[in-house]
Design a binder for this molecule. Structure first.
Ligand SMILES: NC(=O)c1ccc[n+]([C@@H]2O[C@H](COP(=O)([O-])OP(=O)(O)OC[C@H]3O[C@@H](n4cnc5c(N)ncnc54)[C@H](OP(=O)(O)O)[C@@H]3O)[C@@H](O)[C@H]2O)c1
Length: 330
């Protein structure tokens, strides 16, 4: 069936300015790391993209290696764009990345100019796009000079193959250096994509200060700790969950009794707030306005709906924030 987006798609989403740039991003964005690959059901992915766009999610995040198999999430996304959404390209912010292993030999991963620029060409081809909105270096490379990697990002913009550039998984010091190099090259760093959730707070220790000072936006990945910060693992490991999948990354051994106990207490607090735990986890990341967008993953349409509804209650009392700290530190 042909897809016709909802006329009301911009009515309720919140859009936040990304650092000191001209670009705004939805407070909730959707990532295609899992559930959009060749091993997954194409129609389910397609329905999720449609619903997300109808809810005002304009930003979709990919990477060269998303699948499995690697590359297949970009291929599937490209198919969906072509089939249903090519008329809406200018309403979309599409990102991709290069940094992790993608092809055999010495040029298929890390941070060389050779790898980054070939990988971007491959990504554009898979998605059937002329340009991406954001091209990221996916992880720092301990061997390649930062000048070369940042030079490749700058070149991608000058070639017209990316509108903006970003960094992912860089620590505070690496970020500071990279941002300065990009500034000198005349291609300011738009955004940083770090992991961040109630269970993973490393960015509070320096990185957030660098990003704020430099005017770089933040998009937080794995905000639900891959599903742990929801009510789904409170009664064991559901058969269709990420933890149960062989390619899931979230391991059954990560779901410890200690973690589940904290999740149970957080879940009670979320209920008192009239939210699901997933919603409270999303809202908590947006507290204080330091994060531009929360980059969720989803395996079903109703998860996207649940997470976006977090925006109905973003306020926390001091008592609630203190109780969350106490539970996390117990
Ligand atoms: N830059 C990087 O290095 C990097 C690394 C990782 C991720 N990312 C990006 O961040 C995106 C999100 O990462 P993520 O998938 O780990 O994020 P996440 O939001 O922490 O986890 C998503 C998973 O949580 C479960 N879930 C989501 N909403 C739910 C709800 N309302 N109720 C119950 N369960 C819910 C689903 O698991 P089930 O499948 O079990 O249903 C879903 O697949 C990725 O797609 C990717 O774009 C980037």
């Amino acid at each position: 069936m042909a897809y016709l987006p909802s006329e009301k798609r911009y009515d309720s989403m919140k859009y936040n300015r990304c650092g000191r740039s001209g670009l705004k991003l939805p407070a909730v964005s959707l990532g295609l790391w899992h559930n959009f690959g060749g091993v997954d059901t194409f129609e389910n992915g397609r329905t999720m993209i449609h619903r997300a766009f109808n809810l005002g999610i304009t930003h979709f995040d990919l990477a060269n290696n998303y699948g499995p198999p690697p590359g297949s999430a970009e291929e599937n996304f490209g198919k969906i764009l072509k089939q249903d959404m090519s008329a809406y390209r200018d309403e979309l912010v599409i990102s991709t990345k290069a940094g992790y292993y993608m092809w055999k030999g010495p040029y298929g991963e890390w941070g060389s100019r050779k790898y980054l620029l070939s990988s971007l060409d491959q990504s554009l081809k898979r998605m059937g796009l002329e340009y991406v909105d954001i091209f990221y270096h996916h992880r720092p490379d301990p061997e390649t000079p930062l000048e070369e990697t940042m030079g490749a990002l700058d070149h991608a913009v000058r070639q017209g193959k990316a509108l903006y550039v970003g960094l992912s998984n860089y620590n505070a010091e690496q970020t500071r250096e990279a941002v300065h190099i990009l500034k000198q090259l005349g291609t300011p760093c738009l955004i940083h994509q770090p992991s961040y959730s109630m269970f993973n707070r490393w960015i509070e220790d320096g990185l957030q200060d660098v990003l704020e000072k430099e005017g770089v936006g933040t998009i937080a990945f794995s905000p639900l700790a891959q599903g742990l910060l929801t009510d789904k693992y409170l009664k064991g490991i559901p058969g269709n969950s990420r933890a149960a999948k062989p390619h899931g990354y979230l391991q059954v051994r990560d779901i410890t009794e200690e973690k589940v106990l904290k999740v149970r207490k957080l879940n009670e607090l979320a209920q008192e707030r009239g939210q699901t735990l997933a919603q409270m986890a999303v809202a908590w990341i947006l507290r204080g306005g330091r994060v531009t967008s929360v980059l969720i993953g989803a395996s079903k349409v109703d998860q996207i709906e649940d997470n976006v509804a977090a925006l109905n209650n973003l306020d926390f009392s001091k008592d609630e924030l203190d109780r969350i700290e106490k539970i996390l530190n117990e």
